[in-house]
Design a protein around this ligand. Structure first.
Ligand SMILES: [Zn+2]
Length: 496
């Protein structure tokens, strides 16, 4: 449900399927008409650039090779020859947290537009060619990145490379295609957020919790911004961020690193670097007390969201704290023997669903999240009280060694399980690299997680899970009236 669950192994397979079905925040790219886009300004046409190569850094994992082209493109190659397949992903440092007020959602809109063709390939030909070659492909936009991927039989890698490199430099952004696609995106927003009471609550919850952090606004963008978005906004986004020196190419599978590098040089090496804007820090202001909102929406059931502001690996002053918070999340949630399931679902039978989670791989400070739906006969107020009691217990009683040991074993096992998916391995490396962390953290994570002590879990609970950092949102269900839903979302036309 929430982003915090992104990195939880249990949900990873589900997310993986979701990505294959459509972008993580949005839908699969919709097939559109076969008109070729009219030529748009191309200020990034390929030019002859020398393509020297350097292998940067030491290689901790012998199966991962790291390169950088002269134009700044970072390349990570992970060899895994268990199956004759390859995954190719291109990650751009450009997600919704890079957006400005008034043009929120543009990162995701551009993701859709990236399928609309170049001079060489018409609209949606990209998807058709990959499909004809037996592959799958899609894209996803997050707060901190936008990424594109293809999965193919290994000998087809050059096809993916050629197409992806072509649209990195030569995208045609026509007003006509934009006009069609913005309608698709607005419909996606209606379906996924406006007509989904939990998602709507989550969106307003984030906008309440964050004052000036760019995590304030939704990845898909505010509807009013989408209605007023223009092809020029998309073009500016593309010009600003889509450049080899702002991207990471991750290739995983049964490949030879030397051959991957040669291919990358051939296809991406010709693209000149661009001047990439420098992001302002936008550090969230200090919160001084509990924030509360009530969201009244037609819905079946009430819903509770609680979030405490916490540091992440990228921002933590004390290196161990994010790992202790991650451990804390596992104490409460994540398996049948975790405390929430044991005490509140099975024990007191108060919660129909309940979860705790935290995304420690974000670019900026995050929320440690709790979300829950009460069981019949209980209220969100009952649940908030129980969650607070669980937090209080973590502050006053040390987690037992037995509990810690069980969690550590589970996490180690799940990390091994994750290695079954080359897509997942590539995804991990791409995320870390793109948020400004070292991809080697994928290997170090377990070692660091293992060192977390019961005292550290108690310390982070006492330090961070406090009212001064808390935001609470409650979905107050209103009667469901199909007529009012229909009239509320009448599909206003694209304004400009
Ligand atoms: Zn989408």
């Amino acid at each position: 449900m929430t982003r915090s669950q992104f990195w939880k192994t249990a949900t990873w397979i589900a997310l993986y399927s979701a990505i294959l079905a459509g972008c993580a925040t949005g839908s699969a790219q919709q097939p559109a008409g076969n008109s070729t886009g009219t030529s748009a300004t191309q200020d990034k046409s390929p030019a002859a650039v020398a393509t020297g190569t350097e292998e940067t850094g030491k290689t901790a994992n012998p199966r991962v090779h790291e390169f950088r082209l002269d134009n700044g493109l970072k390349i990570l190659v992970k060899q895994d020859s268990r199956a004759p397949v390859v995954v190719s992903q291109v990650w751009y440092k450009a997600g919704s947290s890079y957006e400005q007020n008034g043009t929120t959602g543009v990162a995701h809109v551009l993701e859709h537009m990236m399928f609309k063709g170049t001079d060489k390939y018409g609209p949606n030909e990209f998807s058709r060619i990959i499909s004809e070659n037996g592959g799958s492909e899609n894209a996803f936009t997050g707060q901190d990145y936008t990424a594109y991927f293809q999965q193919l039989e290994k000998s087809r890698l050059p096809i993916a490379m050629e197409l992806e490199a072509d649209r990195m430099a030569n995208l045609n952004l026509s007003a006509e295609e934009f006009g069609k696609e913005i309608q698709v995106v607005m419909e996606e927003r209606r379906m996924r957020t406006d007509d989904n009471p939990k998602a709507k609550t989550y969106e307003l919850f984030l906008a309440t919790a964050y004052t000036n952090s760019p995590y304030h606004h939704p990845i898909i963008g505010w509807m009013n911004d989408l209605k007023n978005m223009t092809v020029e906004d998309a073009q500016k986004w593309y010009n600003d961020w889509y450049a080899p020196n702002n991207a990471t190419l991750v290739v995983a599978g049964d490949v030879d690193p030397g051959q991957v590098l040669a291919l990358a040089k051939e296809h991406y090496g010709r693209i000149p670097p661009a001047k990439v804007p420098k992001l302002k820090p936008q550090q969230e202001v200090v919160q001084n007390g509990v924030r509360r909102i009530v969201v009244k929406e037609p819905a079946q059931l009430p819903y509770l969201l609680m979030g405490y502001k916490v540091p992440v690996i990228k921002t933590a002053e004390l290196e161990w704290e994010p790992y202790a918070l991650e451990m804390l999340a596992h104490v409460l949630d994540g398996s049948d023997s975790s405390r929430f399931t044991r005490d509140l679902i099975r024990g007191k039978a108060m919660a129909a669903s309940i979860g705790a989670g935290y995304d420690l791989f974000s670019r900026m400070d995050e929320l440690f999240l709790f979300d829950s739906t009460p069981a019949q006969g209980f209220t969100v107020a009952d649940l908030e009280k129980e969650i607070r009691a669980q937090i209080e217990r973590l502050k006053t009683e040390l987690v037992t060694e037995k509990e810690l040991e069980r969690i550590k074993n589970q996490v180690v096992a799940s990390k091994i399980y994750e290695q079954d998916s080359i897509f997942y391995q590539a995804m991990q490396m791409g995320t870390l690299e793109t948020v400004g962390l070292d991809w080697r953290l994928t290997d170090e994570f377990v070692d660091r997680f293992r060192t977390v002590t019961a005292e550290q879990v108690q310390q982070v609970a006492q330090k961070y899970l406090i009212d001064e950092r808390l935001t609470v949102a409650v979905l107050d269900p209103q009667p469901i009236n199909p007529k009012s839903i229909a009239s509320n979302h009448g599909g206003a036309p694209h304004a400009q």
